[in-house]
Each structure stands twice: as C-alpha cells, then as structure tokens.
Design a protein around this ligand. Structure first.
Ligand code: APR
Ligand code: MG
Length: 221
C-alpha cells in the first residue's frame, strides 16, 4: 500500500477523523469527436464552487451512516439522481493532502475514493439531472464536465485538461484510475502529463502578461 494509503477498515478505525467520499462515474462510448477521434470513455467530473475541478461527493459522518450511504446522499444533492454506491466500488482511502483547506492537520481528514461504471444513457441522465433538479446546481456545483481522453492534432485534449487546477488529490485520483482501469495507455498518459507541464508553464507566462494589463495606475503627484 502506498504511503498515506489506508484500507477502508483502517480508515474507519482512525479515531477523531473527518471523512469525505467522492466517486468517479464513467461509461464506455462509441462517440467520435469530429466523426473521427474515438472518445472511448465518458468520465464525469465537476466544476466546484471554489473554481477547482473535483469528483462528486462530500463529507460523510460514519457515526450516523455508512460511507456508501453518505456518498449516495451527497450524490442526490449534487447530481439530482439516486445512485447506489457499494463497498465493491471502493478503490482507496487516504489521509487528505496537507494543503486541504478544510483541515489544519492532514492526518485528521480522510478521503475515500470510489469508481463506478454505468451505462452511457445513465451518464446522460446524470448530466441532465445535475443541471436541472440537483439542489446544489449553480452554487456548490457549477457544472458537470466530461474528461477528454484523446489528443487532438494540436496536442490538446487530455494534456490541457490535466493542466487545470484540481481539489486535493483529485488529479492523482483521476490519473491512477485511468491507469488502473486501463482507460488510457500508460505511454499516452505519460505524454499527456509531460505536455500538460509545458502548458502549465505557458499559463504562468500568460497570467503574468494579463496581470500587467491591470497594473494599478501609480499616481504621479
Ligand atoms: N481529494 C482530497 N480532498 C478532496 C477531494 C479530493 N479529490 N475532493 C474534495 N476534497 C475535500 C474538499 O476540500 C473538502 O474540504 O473534501 C472535503 C469535502 O468535499 P466536498 O465535496 O467539498 O464536500 P461537500 O460536503 O460536497 O461540501 C460541503 O464543504 O468545502 C466545504 O464549505 C464547503 O459548503 C462546502 C462544504
Ligand atoms: Mg462535494
């Protein structure tokens, strides 16, 4: 087990910890972008209220509910649909990264991650409900997004997606799941990550350039 990783049972036996559960929902698809680039899989993430990308889910209180019941409750609020998540969908639990804004001590906050494969039609249903009936739509959740798993001629796609900002360890949860479930070939993923670091550098330069546009005017007198 990698450092910081816990089994579900160890995590639940940790005294005085807060728990959060999130899930990656995905399906297979035959859709082709521009009629020629296979999309292969649809993976759902969300744009959160804090401007970061993350997975649907949230805080769960294991003293009052099971992790999976709590996660299903969070999904009803964020996605507007009742989706049963079971213990078999659990993939890992770990101490939240030290930078997690909700915790002063990383060891007191545990995140649990689940992966569930559903039908393409269910993905569409989730997307529809998330934008209409979900109570969190427009405030805690700004919108659902699909993860592009392909690379376009210009090098866009997965690499650009990975260069965005993610909550906690959501980016590594995504990358690990792409590998573990064989959704993207390791060489392709490595290439996308290397390219996304270049994009990140370019974004830094771009931000610096934009900042100069709005430099506060200095008073001459
Ligand atoms: N890895 C690590 N930590 C994560 C991840 C992740 N992939 N995703 C979310 N978190 C952290 C968040 O920073 C948050 O502190 O887990 C905590 C709970 O997740 P949320 O989905 O934000 O919780 P939710 O119950 O949906 O939101 C309720 O929590 O962040 C507060 O005030 C905020 O109103 C919000 C409330
Ligand atoms: Mg949430």
């Amino acid at each position: 087990m990698a450092s910081g990783q816990l089994s579900r049972a160890e995590a639940l036996a940790s005294p005085g910890c807060r728990h959060a559960c999130h899930v990656m929902l995905f399906s297979d698809t035959k859709i082709q972008l521009f009629g020629r680039i296979p999309i292969r899989h649809i993976i759902l993430m969300q744009m959160r209220f804090d401007g970061l990308l993350g997975f649907p889910g949230g805080f769960v209180n294991p003293l009052k509910e099971t992790l999976e019941t709590g996660l299903s409750r969070e999904l009803s609020e964020e996605l507007g649909v009742a989706l049963q998540i079971s213990v078999e969908d659990h993939v890992d639990s770990c101490h939240a990264p030290a930078s997690s804004p909700s915790s002063s001590s990383s060891s007191r906050f545990i995140t649990h991650f689940y992966v569930k494969k559903i039908e393409e039609e269910q993905i569409r249903e989730v997307e529809r409900a998330a934008a209409t009936t979900a109570t969190d739509h427009g405030h805690e959740v700004l919108g659902m997004v699909r993860v592009p798993l392909y690379t376009t001629k210009g090098g866009g796609g997965l690499s650009s997606f990975l260069s965005h900002s993610f909550i906690g360890n959501a980016r590594s949860q995504l990358v690990n799941t792409l590998l573990r479930f064989n959704l993207v070939a390791p060489e392709e993923l490595h290439k996308a990550l290397t390219h996304s670091m270049k994009i990140h550098t370019h974004t830094g330069e771009d931000l610096r350039a934009v900042t100069t546009l709005i430099k506060p005017k200095t008073k001459l007198f």
